[in-house]
Design a protein around this ligand. Sequence first.
Ligand SMILES: Cc1cc2nc3c(=O)[nH]c(=O)nc-3n(C[C@H](O)[C@H](O)[C@H](O)COP(=O)(O)O)c2cc1C
Ligand code: SF4
Length: 691
Amino acid sequence: MRLRNRIVMPAMDQNNCNEDGLITEKTLQHYEDRAKGGAGLLILETSAVKWPDGATSKHQPSLSSDLAIPGLTQLAERVHKHDAHMIVQACHHGRISGLDISRDVSVLVPSIPIPSFDTLGMAINTTDEELLKMATLTGGKLPNFKEASSEELEEIIDAFVDAALRIKKSNLDGIEIHAAHGYLISTFLSKAWNRRSDEWGGSHENRTKLLSQIIKKIRENCGSDFAIVVRIDGQEYGIENGITVEEASATAIIAEKSGADAIHVSAISSSGTGVGFTDGPLPWEKCQYSEFAGRIQSVINIPVIAVGRIEPEDAEELISNNVCEFVAMGRQLLADSELPNHLINREPEKIRPCINCFVCVAQNFWNGEPVCAVNARLGNYDTKIENAKRSKNVVIVGAGPAGLECARVASNRGHEVTLLEKMESLGGTTLFSSLTTPKNGELINWFETVLKDSEVLIKKGFVADTDSIMSLSPDVVVIATGSGASKSSLKGSELKHVLTRDQLRSLLQKTRTSKIPQEIKKLNQIILWTAQKLGLLKDMRKIRKLSKFWMPIGRNVVVIGGGLVGMEVSHFLAERNRTVTVIENGPVMATEMAHPRRWRTLHQISLSGVKLHNNAEVIEIKENTVVFSKDGNEFEIPADSVILAEGIETNRTMFEQFLESGIETHIIGDAESIGYIQGAINSGNRVGNLL
Ligand SMILES: Cc1cc2nc3c(=O)[nH]c(=O)nc-3n(C[C@H](O)[C@H](O)[C@H](O)COP(=O)(O)O)c2cc1C
Ligand code: SF4
């Protein structure tokens, strides 16, 4: 198989097949978009060889009968017409076969009893609503584990071969055998899970027998021009006796000898904890698995595909350093299907960045269809940009992600767009959040780049009111004024050392109208004035640096409210050597974050020394302390500064004023309802397409 470039889209469930696991128009559109976007190789999401047995969801592709062939054939046509190649990831999900559990079918594992791991780990920092949705996946049932017999394993090998023959008959280019991520083959490879003493267990060679038999038999039946890729775990985190990179290298050698054409190196955590999920299979760190890829590439002669938060510039380096021959980019191709074309056109700045928010994969926990925080088209193929029937004069107030997306879409459709922003920089609170989440800043930079190339007229430092907007003679007004802090009724909230997020923001970020607050100490006023004059408060990178040395915030900080804003602020302050305590009313912190990101963020925040108190209630803010109650006890803790990070409300005032004007008016983003980046981009895109 000869590919047009080295960019691979790895398997990512879309869960949009019909009730019989057959490909739908949505499936076709998703992959056709990415074929058009220029990727060399696409890998169809994990597909079940014995569907419904050994499957995670009814809506994943089935490979278990000839009924699958027409849909797969259409898929081949739709991607081949754009010169992309496509293979199918084939799997038996073993212990994670949700569809088996829900149908009271035993799930297959190599050995009974299964190793002990933290079965309740996923419940920590997870809301009741999320737990309920996860439970519906299996109808609330627990798995009944069964040690796979030799006959069952032989049947599974045959099912892989039949699946491969169907893929070949459909004109697709090959198969990826899923031997990673804790599914059946991966558990046979792992000493932790496979404690058998028959020919399928014990020695490393025996543990690889299931995999090597599948490879050999597919090769025998499908011939030499049918590509066979094998996905393995380069590391199994969080369990004793798990797969190591040395064992993974030995597995790769056996796979090569058995007839594999390439090895795709991922990883898994078997800890059972939520935070483990962002060790594997969805890495938190950049290039997290590249070391494993390099070790494996050094012992085999067939190409390695590396994966795991690899960005284009890293990909270039990994390939030139012989760490791997191909690079898979998953979430980045969900965020921007055109990524390869932008690189081919030497316009990397046009790539819409993935912000590592885990919104997409959160849906996998309850078999939902992934959506993307930055790409409204993912899973929603009606959002095609079409020219407007009549060009209108559109005025958008507020340049957070909602206003920016609306401006981009409306302008692409041929409207005349003016975007008004009261700050000196674009991005609203999303830009401020880039102090702790630099990826959010990259998203705003991307908007700046694409809007620079458009006809959108951007007016920064423009404090809009009804008159100034009317003077622009708009046909349509779009209000994207975001959210603000509601007035706190807490005792002591009026004290001088109490700040809202917006006050903290205006201390650090300069606006045309921002004044240095009189309440802060004289020395701090002088430093702020100097920083403003030196232009240090215009650029978030400079603020990030400056605030490491100096900040008008005391040593002991209490953050009231453990939502997204509270977490961002505490993380920011803890990194600047403040002693931070967060007090949250509810049982779970950061509920606005997709739960995999929340699991990781709360873990990292605790490691940075922030004390988190949930189910706690503030009684009073005093001059130097905060009094709160938790579990029936009262506590008083030191507080030089207090940040109010609760009570965020929509900012609808301007929208309501405009409704009277008779001009077509829309409201989007947090001004309409609090939905953060995903909600903002989604509503901006919807209204941009509607005008
Ligand atoms: C929404 C989503 C679904 C995924 N589904 C699969 C899958 O079906 N099979 C698989 O092997 N990996 C799956 N993965 C993992 C990806 O293939 C990839 O290994 C992972 O996202 C890390 O790559 P990235 O950092 O470039 O996104 C999925 C990831 C995402 C985000
Ligand atoms: S939802 Fe978030 S993590 Fe997933 S692709 Fe989009 S930006 Fe990336």
